[in-house]
Write a protein that binds this ligand. Structure first.
Ligand SMILES: Nc1ncnc2c1ncn2[C@@H]1O[C@H](COP(=O)(O)OP(=O)(O)OP(=O)(O)O)[C@@H](O)[C@H]1O
Length: 268
């Protein structure tokens, strides 16, 4: 089932100055699929993700079409976007600290989020918070809920931000460099977790990264971005085996030839 259908999405300065920063990109995401988005710095990967969430910075405007689950997102009102972000599409960012409040215990953050979006009573929200912590394989969830973000390692914090993102069972997760700030072994654990979640829940994932080697372990399809355009798209096995665009070849030549373990080989 096609979850997301992006058609000629363009992001440009609202003033009309300069050339578009994202220039007519089209792609789809199926349920349960991981679509990798790669490309050099400044190629428009993050702006594309932000446009899908209705979170473009002031001064930038999106045009084209973003159809999600059969409805057009670009014409949504602000409250409709808020509902979409709360329940249908979620995001995980590179720095887990940016999605966690440093002064609030994890329990408050998770239960507040769950109560706000699902309208649960306090005890039901606490039960849901524990269930979410278990779902991302955090041990001793009850004890963790009483802790502050600074008491957790980077990998654990990223698991908590994934738990928050999962609170409303989103159909689509946008993961923007979710493992870049983490050590290699922790990174592999997070990849294994995302892989498990998409298998179990049928959630689609857009995975934005510079790290092609890592994408080779999880992405079903790839979109290769360069200067605001998709220069190559397709099945990731095919692209890794025989890239067609010279720029994709350059990116692949830069990948260290260290075999990455498949996510299923890693204990999460
Ligand atoms: N608020 C803004 N106003 C004007 N230009 C912007 C704004 N935000 C980003 N840009 C420009 O848009 C282009 C695309 O930026 P974007 O952040 O999407 O790139 P990216 O591919 O995600 O890069 P990176 O991999 O470094 O995160 C860049 O040239 C950037 O400088």
């Amino acid at each position: 089932m096609t979850l997301l259908h992006v058609d000629r999405l363009t992001v440009a300065r609202a003033s009309g100055a300069g050339s578009p920063l994202v220039d007519g990109v089209s792609f789809t995401v199926e349920a349960g699929e991981v679509v990798g988005v790669v490309g050099e710095s400044g190629s428009g990967k993050t702006l594309t993700g932000l446009a899908l969430l209705g979170l473009l910075p002031d001064g930038l405007a999106a045009s084209g079409s973003i159809r999600f689950d059969g409805r057009e997102l670009l014409t949504q009102t602000r409250p409709e976007w808020e509902r979409t972000r709360g329940t249908d599409i979620a995001m995980v960012l590179q720095d887990p600290s940016s999605s966690l409040h440093p002064m609030l215990k994890l329990g408050e953050q998770l239960t507040d989020h769950v109560r706000q979006h699902l309208g649960l009573s306090k005890p039901a929200a606490e039960a849901r918070a524990i269930e979410l912590m278990e779902r991302v394989h955090l041990r001793e969830p009850k004890r963790l809920l009483g802790q502050y973000p600074h008491q957790l390692s980077g990998g654990m914090k990223q698991r908590v931000s994934i738990a928050i993102a999962l609170a409303c069972d989103p159909k689509l997760l946008i993961a923007d460099e979710p493992t870049t700030a983490l050590d290699a072994n922790i990174r592999t654990g997070i990849i294994a977790l995302l892989n498990e979640l998409r298998r179990e829940s049928g959630m689609g994932i857009i995975f934005v990264t510079h790290d092609l080697a890592m994408l080779s372990t999880i992405a079903d399809r790839l979109n290769v971005f360069r200067t605001g355009e998709i220069v190559e798209a397709g099945d990731s096995d095919r692209i890794f085996r025989s890239p067609r665009h010279p720029y994709t070849r350059v990116l692949l030549d830069a990948v260290p030839q260290v075999p990455w373990p498949r996510p299923e080989e890693v204990l999460s």
